[in-house]
Design a binder for this molecule. Sequence first.
Ligand code: BJW
Ligand code: ZN
Length: 242
Amino acid sequence: MSLEDDIEKARAILRGARSIAVLTGAGISAESGVPTFRGAEGLWKHFRPEELATPYAFARDPALVWEWYGWRRLRIKDARPNPGHYALVTLEQRCEPFLLITQNVDDLHKVAGSRRMVRLHGSLWESRCLGCGEVFEDRAAAVEGVPRCAKCQGMLRPNVVWFGENLDEEILDQASNAAATCGAFLVVGTSGVVQPAASLALIASRHGARVIEVNPDETPLSHACDVALRGSSGSLLPRIVS
Ligand code: BJW
Ligand code: ZN
């Protein structure tokens, strides 16, 4: 089958679905200039994730972890949504029920206008107090040492989900329910190796949803897909949603 045929097949699946759920990963923001995590140009290239994106790393050296998050904020502070993000807004406006489930912490879906959305791994633009639990919106890119809570002076941490930490139970339930009940599941720009996010595509497939993947590369989820569109989400999503 040609790419054109696959695009037509994906369109037909989306048109015919009673409800749609979408899982996105770092790849959807690649064309906005946000580095992905894995692969040749991956964000982890100069840093080992086990060293920095874990609660143990933060306990050992919170200033180093904050320095890395400050560097990442600086890298993406001017990033804007791309046509892939906007295509998902269009899809949301056309479909009910609909849920966008993102692993991304860059908030570009929100900036694009997505509303029926859950964030599995938190936000790069929030910090959370280890003392009182308060969550602060926080856009500081130059982080000096370890920032402190304005209310209780407790230590702040990035409000993201690190390896070995549980995802928010309510959010995960919402995502799992959407995966188990949707007619079509779209999986975009994720390497499909991080759990429990990756298993959402398998839940959808097991419950009878038609699964569409948009990714330039094959992933461990590809075998569960009815259609695998090989290419960038910035060019393919607008074509399957139009
Ligand atoms: C394009 C493109 C373009 C490029 N267009 N596409 C079961 C089995 C084994 C292990 C586990 C398990 N269950 C849990 C675990 C442990 C662990 C895990 O999954 N480990 C695996 C790596 C083995 N999971 C956890 O610890 C999770 N917690 C949990 O499960 O709690 C319960 C528990 C605890 C302990 C033990 C067991 C259970 C938490 C996971 C948190 C992940 N956090 C991070 C960091 C967030 C904060 C931050 O940003 O700093 O989330 S890690 C990182 O990976 C980030 C991402 O959201 C996540 C996924 O990455 P993503 O989005 O897929 O990006 P990439 O870079 O990997 O892929 C990009 C893709 O885009 C590629 O495929 C490209 O081809 C494609 N692409 N350009 C479209 N233009
Ligand atoms: Zn506090």
